[in-house]
Ligand binder design. Sequence first.
Ligand SMILES: Nc1ncnc2c1ncn2[C@@H]1O[C@H](COP(=O)(O)OP(=O)(O)OP(=O)(O)O)[C@@H](O)[C@H]1O
Ligand SMILES: [Mg+2]
Length: 245
Amino acid sequence: MSLIQIKDLWQIYNDRVVLENLNLSIVEKSFVSIVGPSGCGKTTLLRMLMSEVFCTRGSILFDGTNLPKEPTRERGVVFQRYSVFPHLSVLDNVLLPIELRSCRILGKILGSRRYNMKEEARTMLDHVGLLRAATLYPAQLSGGMQQRLALAQALIAKPRVLLLDEPFSALDPGTRADIHVLTNRLWEETKMTVVMVTHDISEAFRLGTRVIVLERPLADDPTKGARITHDIPVHPRTKTKTGAI
Ligand SMILES: Nc1ncnc2c1ncn2[C@@H]1O[C@H](COP(=O)(O)OP(=O)(O)OP(=O)(O)O)[C@@H](O)[C@H]1O
Ligand SMILES: [Mg+2]
């Protein structure tokens, strides 16, 4: 069943058509990679899925109803950088979404409830291999560790869809390969739906179950926005054969 349905979606900024008439259904538990040249509107599309920006025309349905007008816990996000809070320790970065989930009005959570939350946060840190770094601050982590922390922070809220905007592009190849394995494992374990924007075609195919290509027909023509030019299913067997995962 489709978790996300994008219908006749247009985005126009200052008379420049950025996205033109996009139609896309995203099935629950799929991993959709989106690739395309710089400036074609990939981040804009993700920001729409987060309800951070609104489309000029068209609609987005989430689980059959109009997308909520504000970001919700059901939609987690990780960016290339700066997804975590620099002034909070690793543990507190992961604890924060649980605290927010537990109390609508911010207040101190005491006793066994806070203990349980900390245990949940520690379990998640263990999952992404950061338990030993729990007391450190983001500035004390490597780029790969920061992105693992960002993943942990997004996943602890148990989102139904995880939106990734070039999350691994600043990492060196070795670290990136490790985090690919981790991301694939987390996706398989949680069975959440993932939409990932990347410039790296091999990463798109390695992680995705489907690869969408967005392209403007004429880069300089402001009246023609990006469209979906390719929609490629990725068979799991292909990955095993090529040893991609
Ligand atoms: N808030 C805004 N106001 C005006 N124009 C915008 C706004 N946000 C994005 N744009 C324009 O929309 C186009 C698409 O931007 P977007 O950031 O979505 O591209 P992208 O595909 O993510 O590029 P990159 O691969 O470089 O990250 C660009 O021309 C950008 O200048
Ligand atoms: Mg972008």
